[in-house]
Design a binder for this molecule. Sequence first.
Ligand code: GLN
Length: 306
Amino acid sequence: MQNIVDQIYREMAARNDRGKVAGYIPQLACVDPNEFGISLIMQDGTKYSAGCANTLFSIQSISKVFTLTIALGKLGDEIWTRVGREPSGDPFNSIVQLEHEAGRPRNPFINAGAIVIADAIMMGNEPKEALAEILQFIRFVADDDTIGIDEKVVKSELLNGSRNASLANFMASFDRLRNPVDKVLGTYFHHCSISMSCEQLAKAGSFLVSNGVNYSTGIQVVPEHRARRINSLMLMCGHYDGSGEFAFRVGLPGKSGVGGGILAIAPGKASIAVWSPGLDSIGNSKLGTEALEMLVQRTGWSIFGH
Ligand code: GLN
């Protein structure tokens, strides 16, 4: 396995066409597109890494896997009255479906859906309290208390957040939010600005590999059926309008972020985090996807077989 990971790293290091770093959040545009990291944690806890697997990067929308998990824990299936579970087929920050569908976002992973999830987690509390809860959960599943928020990224998102503010206000016009828009956006921008390394992220995702159980502690983080459902949402919606392409090429539940990270789950096998800041035209990590494609070709881990 270490050979496979090293080989993927070497092949990726040699690539010239690395995609484009996210430009609309200036703080993310400063990141070196030549960085690449991969980390893989097997179900038994064995770890294989290569490249900058310990470098912190902005997890961005990957945080939405964790906020969804928290929201399901707090509200259970009631959350589905507020957000759907269908692929959107539209870009992550699109507003068009919201008008036709009365302000109910298609799924929890597009921006509008994640904003509703942030609102649901708040339950009338201040953003600070909601964020403490989100950070506590991520630190717990990653078994790492050092994980924190990059305030520079938060500021950058706030200063360039007109689109997200539009989505939130538009949903508020349908009476879909229970907390003030600026507070919900504050919670949302902060959880998107959490920094993690590939190793931390792979560890944090590992409860989704083994039916909801954290391999190192043996603690059931979520019930088995919930882990299965989160994985299915990641497969269908985790890469926005590129989810079909990702399923075709990689065939694993996965969640991308505009920081260039991807968390992918090979159920019963491993949790994998890759990071390469250059994105494709949809906003998913270009080399991250290629690395995962290579990994499943070599391991046969696609949930659809070899
Ligand atoms: N914080 C980013 C945004 O709201 C998250 C988008 C993403 O990672 N796809 O635009």
